[in-house]
Design a protein around this ligand. Structure first.
Ligand SMILES: [Zn+2]
Ligand SMILES: [Zn+2]
Length: 143
């Protein structure tokens, strides 16, 4: 395989590599898992412009719609919070969605949350992963 393909695709997890700035590319799954894998959701903030999940370690993951890369105007942050509060991010999946008129296909990240035996899945754009805040960066600010 060419280097170019390796740059865009992680053959280990069969998921894309994402551009994380500074000419750096990271495996989508590794990138998300490092920050919020197996972490619990403790809050959902629903600002006017964007909703985001807050994890127990302080990392924020913006909820961005995979079809249009705009903020997911959750059906009210409160109902979403009730649905995922206390849930742990256990699985990641890379999938494809299709716009309603079937003209556009797009990649999406499927976040699989579980709590006891209950499951909840949220589809987000890869932008959500890229725009996650970094736990370590936040600790630097505090220190
Ligand atoms: Zn990978
Ligand atoms: Zn959309």
């Amino acid at each position: 395989m060419s280097d170019l393909l390796d740059k865009w695709w992680c053959s280990e997890h069969n998921c894309p590599m994402i551009d994380v700035g500074g000419d750096c590319y990271a495996c989508l799954f590794d990138y998300v898992n490092e920050r919020v894998g197996m972490r619990r959701v403790t809050d959902v903030v629903n600002d006017a412009d964007r909703a985001r999940l807050i994890f127990e370690n302080g990392v924020e993951l913006p909820l961005i719609c995979p079809c249009c890369d705009k903020a997911i105007h959750a059906t009210g942050g409160e109902s979403l919070l009730k649905e995922v509060n206390g849930f742990r991010l256990e699985t990641l999946e890379y999938a494809h969605g299709e716009s309603q008129d079937k003209k556009k296909r797009y990649g999406l990240l499927l976040l699989g949350f579980t709590k006891n035996r209950k499951k909840k899945e949220i589809e987000v754009s890869l932008e959500s992963a890229k725009q996650m805040t970094d736990e370590r960066a936040m600790h630097d600010e505090e220190g």
